[in-house]
Design a protein around this ligand. Structure first.
Ligand code: FES
Length: 165
């Protein structure tokens, strides 16, 4: 009767193949996991500002419609979306960029296109109105002001970022 201590040839092969197999599997799975998770963990950067191709000098105290194409990164998917803002300089010389999305139910507003309210934003869906500073007009459906985009000027050119929180 044999009373062997130690590792048999069969056990040695099992341990070795399991170890090598596990190492190879980790080498395959790790990059896939990194690719899947990495974009989610990335901090947002200043690159979220987009050059909208309009000079600061071209801005007046009258809101003007500005359109641009923004690159939108959702985790690992990048797409391009059309964006719109109404941009003007207020009495203090600050640049204001309003979102065109009505805060009632999300229709698009416009500036000065309703001849009854030439100095207001107007929403055609339910006759919602906003003053030039974005405040909702009492007695119309919207119950809060328009959203505002972050803005900055670089080399004299307007850049628009995300909605202010
Ligand atoms: S969606 Fe603008 S008033 Fe209703």
């Amino acid at each position: 009767m044999s009373n062997k201590k130690g590792v048999s040839r069969r056990q040695f092969l099992n341990y070795t193949l399991t170890g090598v197999g596990g190492f190879m599997a980790a080498g395959i799975v790790a990059p896939m996991l990194r690719m899947a998770v990495d974009p989610v963990l990335k901090a947002s950067t200043d690159d979220e500002f987009q050059n909208v191709g309009i000079s600061e000098d071209d801005l007046t105290n009258e809101p003007q419609r500005v359109e641009w194409v923004a690159e939108q990164v959702d985790a690992w998917h990048t797409s391009e979306t059309d964006r719109i803002a109404y941009v003007f300089k207020n009495d203090e010389g600050e640049i204001i960029a309003h979102s065109p999305v009505c805060t009632h139910l999300g229709c698009y507003i416009s500036w000065g296109e309703n001849e009854d309210y030439p100095d207001q934003y107007y929403c055609p869906c339910h006759q919602g109105r906003f003053y030039k500073d974005g405040t909702n007009v009492a007695g119309t459906p919207p119950t809060r002001p328009l959203d505002e985009f972050e803005v900055k000027v670089e080399n004299g050119v307007l850049h628009i970022g995300n909605i202010k929180s």
